[in-house]
Design a protein. Structure first.
Length: 279
């Protein structure tokens, strides 16, 4: 659950607790719910959330202590996706657990924490009292699977102070445009749905949102098509799935857009000392 994440846009995942409840059509085929059923470690839906172990909570401090080596090798700050099997702003979570999480985030300033939620309307009341203009190492993000979800959620996040705001357009199950919003996100992830029951992402949706991002100065990151049936090599050019896989083996279902890998990140600043760290 923690180290060396296979998710293309993060370096680590950290789950302070596990469990969630579906809130929109984008949740219909939730990978985390499928994991929960396979593992038997937590009940999904309207059940108590399960906090992870104290030993597991030590991992971010270890990553933080090793940050100088990581940054020298990789050239960027470590990104931590929190929480891949839960939601930080879930109102069924014990508020003390959330306070502990923000204390951990504060104590690991060499890590960039990516907090992704489907519940942006809860963010303001659940932030710590010292949030101010935003913690310098926290990116706040929301999931929006289509235009309806984006329109319902973005204004909540846009009104919260944050050093970086982002949108995860995944699973992409409908068209999405960010054109015309008063405050643009800094970053936008695109991903088609994966799995046996995946709903197909249309290439024109992906091309359109990437083009918008590039025109508006938002950093786009094309994570995956989800399945090769969504990949334009198959759906538009008529390649077999095996042929497409040989050409485009990046991510689930490939991720190339018209022969290009589109994977950009917003800029962050590498710190030069550890003065603010807490051991």
């Amino acid at each position: 659950m923690a180290h060396g994440s296979k998710i293309e846009w993060t370096d680590h995942t950290f789950n302070p607790w596990t469990g969630c409840t579906k809130v929109s059509p984008g949740c219909d085929h939730c990978y985390a719910e499928a994991w929960a059923k396979r593992s038997g470690l937590v009940q999904w839906g309207n059940h108590p959330r399960k906090r992870t172990t104290s030993d597991y909570w030590k991992s971010p401090r270890i990553w933080n202590r090793n940050s100088e080596h990581f940054e020298a090798v990789h050239g960027h700050r470590q990104r931590v996706f929190c929480a891949s099997l839960a939601d930080v702003f879930d109102n069924k979570v014990d508020s003390n657990w959330r306070s502990d999480l923000f204390e951990l985030i504060e104590s690991t300033p060499r890590l960039d924490w990516l907090l992704l939620t489907k519940r942006p309307s809860n963010i303001e009341e659940m932030l710590p009292s010292n949030w101010g203009d935003g913690y310098s190492n926290v990116w706040l993000g929301l999931t929006a699977e289509d235009q309806t979800a984006f329109d319902q959620r973005w204004n909540h996040l846009a009104n919260i102070p944050a050093v970086t705001r982002f949108v995860s357009y995944e699973p992409a199950i409908g068209r999405l445009s960010i054109n015309g919003v008063k405050l643009l996100p800094d970053w936008l992830i695109v991903g088609g749905e994966s799995g046996a029951r995946a709903r197909r992402a249309r290439p024109d949706w992906v091309r359109s949102i990437i083009s918008e991002c590039q025109r508006l100065g938002v950093k786009p990151f094309m994570k995956q098509w989800g399945t090769y049936s969504s990949n334009p090599l198959v759906s538009e050019l008529g390649f077999s799935e095996d042929e497409a896989r040989a050409i485009d083996g990046y991510g689930k279902g490939g991720s190339m857009v018209d022969g290009q890998i589109v994977r950009e990140f917003p800029k962050t600043t590498l710190l030069t000392n550890h003065a603010a760290e807490v051991a």
